[in-house]
Design a protein around this ligand. Structure first.
Ligand SMILES: C[S@@+](CC[C@H](N)C(=O)[O-])C[C@H]1O[C@@H](n2cnc3c(N)ncnc32)[C@H](O)[C@@H]1O
Length: 197
């Protein structure tokens, strides 16, 4: 890998699904504005390079403590995340498929994040069935006061990378059917689905 390719993998927002760094930061800030992070444990599923950590620090201005574990199935992304952030005490990354997450995480997290992770067709499984099973597993990972946040690319988002856009009404129907308490706040081009335990 030459330097230019290396930099691209470390910094390009398109690699992790956003049109620009500004858009990515605005989205992270919007997600974080909804939750209280003070002293919380955050489990970030499909964390990519761990880009949200910079925004977490800016958002909290270094004053608030939290712990963060990123789960990432792509070993290259996980290596980059480790290289960038793992020296920080409260942060670690695990190279794993979400479905294979260790049982020690059951009931352990205050906040489970899924930021643009469920939009890629997955082993020929229907995307809505996959979403349903991701919600079920996420529920098992949260503690009794925990919340789950999905940031989902909806069909108005202009990022044509051939991946699936969700019909948000179908997602909402699934959650209502499963009797989850939800708050569905639409962002431009995204939908932010917050699920309360
Ligand atoms: C579009 S990127 C978003 C990355 C990150 N959430 C961010 O905000 O930059 C999606 C990431 O989710 C990871 N991913 C997708 N499905 C996953 C799964 N089942 N288990 C673990 N990681 C997964 C991909 O490898 C990819 O790095």
């Amino acid at each position: 890998m030459n330097d230019q390719q290396g930099n691209y993998i470390y910094t390009d927002p398109q690699i992790v699904g956003f049109n620009s760094v500004e858009e990515q930061n605005a989205i992270y800030n919007e997600v974080l504005s909804f939750i209280d992070i003070q002293g919380k444990s955050i489990l970030d599923i499909g964390c990519g390079r761990g880009d949200i950590i910079n925004t977490l620090h800016q958002y909290l201005q270094g004053e608030i403590q939290f712990s963060y574990t990123g789960i990432e199935m792509n070993p290259l992304m996980c290596d980059i995340a480790n290289e960038l952030y793992v020296s920080q005490d409260n942060i670690n990354f695990i190279n794993s498929e979400f479905d294979s997450i260790d049982d020690s995480f059951l009931g352990s997290s205050d906040i489970v994040l899924h930021i643009l992770t469920t939009r890629i067709p997955y082993q020929n499984i229907d995307i809505y069935d996959k979403f349903r099973s991701d919600v079920e597993l996420s529920k098992k990972l949260t503690n009794s006061d925990g919340i789950i946040i999905f940031l989902i690319q909806n069909d108005t988002y202009n990022h044509d990378d051939g991946t699936t856009k969700y019909e948000i009404s179908k997602i909402v129907d699934i959650l209502k059917h499963e009797k989850f308490a939800i708050d569905n706040a639409a962002l431009v081009g995204f939908s932010k689905i917050i699920i309360f335990n």
